[in-house]
Design a protein around this ligand. Structure first.
Ligand SMILES: Nc1ncnc2c1ncn2[C@@H]1O[C@H](COP(=O)(O)OP(=O)(O)O)[C@@H](O)[C@H]1O
Ligand SMILES: [Mg+2]
Length: 247
């Protein structure tokens, strides 16, 4: 089935000094697709995410969002950041603001919503991630899993076209991983376009439309989860899978 592309990278190259961190990257993410990115540490997964919402610039190639090239600066760039939400390993919540304020803040500052409208929307989203009863608390009063769900609600509050997740469960205690993955699975079922860097292979198998395997700054495989997990083509992927599936 051909899907309408939402995120398109063509021939993207990026360097950090001498290091060719992204090499000839071609990647298309269709509307409503969930693409899981996996690969060894240092292979360029975080950099890939960061280029998609232009936290990093690129040396050559093109990146389009919904048919438009990524803006260089100014208001258009701020709009892009709102349209491509990002959820990090570290939750990056404001410690001195309540959960509700954390979710409302950018709606008021960037989306220019009135506080009461923002707060109403925030409550809906907190309900969706199962945290409505925590709205008045401060981040430090929540578990890691709860804080990450607040971060997801905050990203959703901007009504993004796509969400990027960079190892969203890597900093969590094991018993909290599932509550975050379950929220992500629900988003996927609701049709959110998602790029997810994760080592959670269960999530990749159950929620991803495609698995992208990166090594040394290149996309080495880009296939369905079934194909990738049952029959990886490259030695790099075979080696990687044998290491992570063993423990
Ligand atoms: N800001 C930076 N400056 C220089 N090198 C960087 C920077 N960020 C990442 N790198 C390097 O780029 C490579 C890819 O990093 P990263 O995208 O974080 O990989 P991954 O997320 O797959 O672990 C690594 O070798 C890393 O050390
Ligand atoms: Mg990373």
């Amino acid at each position: 089935m051909a899907v309408d592309p939402l995120i398109e990278l063509r021939d993207v190259n990026k360097y950090y000094g001498e290091l060719h961190v992204l090499q000839d990257i071609d990647l298309t993410v269709g509307k409503g697709e969930v693409v899981v990115v996996i690969g060894p540490s240092g292979s360029g997964k975080s950099t890939l995410c960061r280029t998609i919402n232009r936290l990093e610039t690129i040396e050559s190639g093109t990146i389009r969002l919904d048919g438009q090239p990524l803006p260089e600066e100014g208001k258009a760039l701020a709009r892009l950041r709102a349209e491509v939400g990002m959820v990090f390993q570290s939750f990056n919540l404001f410690a001195h603001k309540t959960v509700l304020q954390n979710v409302s803040l950018a709606q008021i500052k960037v989306r220019r919503r009135k506080r009461e409208d923002a707060d109403r929307r925030s409550r809906e989203l907190l309900d969706r991630v199962g945290l409505l009863n925590q709205a008045a608390k401060y981040p430090a009063q929540l578990s890691g899993g709860q804080q990450q769900r607040v971060a997801i609600a905050r990203a959703l509050a901007m009504e993004p076209k796509a969400l990027l997740f960079d190892e969203p469960t890597s900093a969590l205690d094991p018993e909290m991983i599932n509550e975050v993955l379950e929220v992500m699975r629900q988003l996927a079922r609701d049709g959110m376009t998602m790029v997810v860097v994760t080592h959670e292979m269960g999530f990749a198998r159950s929620a991803a439309n495609r698995v992208v395997f990166m090594a040394d700054g290149r996309i080495v495989e880009d296939r369905s989860p079934e194909e990738f997990f049952t029959n990886p083509r490259s030695e790099r992927a075979k080696d990687f899978l044998s290491k992570i599936l063993k423990h």
